[in-house]
Design a protein around this ligand. Sequence first.
Ligand code: CUA
Length: 315
Amino acid sequence: MTPSIFEPVSTPAYAIRELAFFVLGLTGAVFVVVTALVVYTLVRFGRRRDDDGSEPPQVYGSARIELAWTVVPFLLVVILALVTTRYIYGIEGREQPPEALEVTVVGNQWWWEIRYPKLGIVTANEIHVPAGDATRPAPAFITLQSADVVHSFWIPQLAGKMDVIPNKTNRTWIDPRKPGVYVGQCAEYCGVQHAWMLLRVVVQPRDEFDRWVATQQAAAASDPATHAGARLFASLACINCHTVRGTPANGVFGPDLTHLMSRHTLGAGVARNTPEKLRAWVEDPEAMKPGALMPPMKLSGDELTQLTAYLLTLR
Ligand code: CUA
């Protein structure tokens, strides 16, 4: 689905579309009036066949016209500013209701960490939230933080952009009304892989969302003691950056891999999460996403096969 601010499914996005139409209407009216005046002037006062070539009477200065073209645009700008401010405060002033889902999103070069502090879930690049409807809204309040540089959180169909700034906590909220997958992306240039810092919001019916929560809360599926790939994984530097809950892997620099295979994409959207792509990614992240901070582990073909087999168990 292409992200478009003209197909909103959440209250802040509806408000933004309303405002966009208002601004478009007002500026459109200005355009029509100015164009009409220009065309009228061209037709009415253009050079005629029977002109004798002499200049028309010249007029110098007109306080009335000067005043009109200063005051009218000024008033229009004031109207635009006031209406925009009202919408911004309307969206940002929304109190967090007690039943709201809390999500923390941490921008990293170049992926998003997604945490649900009250549910004990950590995942990456994919936010799951329940769908609400007009009678029973399902608001999710999102806390935004950055681990490195300035990023910007933007899912056009759900809410406006909100910058993600180091050492500062920003907030935004959504209340999606229709199940579906809504794509967004980092909207502030943050380095070479800024363009591959995508994220998706998966809006699910309540029972489906509850099942997702239960799956994510469970420990890693495969027993690290019995899986050869797991032993290999634990012996490599992988565990310094990645966490697989219930195993020695508890690094926090990279995405949590406990339920890696429940996610749709690899490398924040750079590829679909298939066994082939996963293997290629582990073999050489740089080839798929130049500049990615994950180094290649220089593994043999057999080791790659074992390691990929283990990662595939992380459902
Ligand atoms: Cu993160 Cu652009």
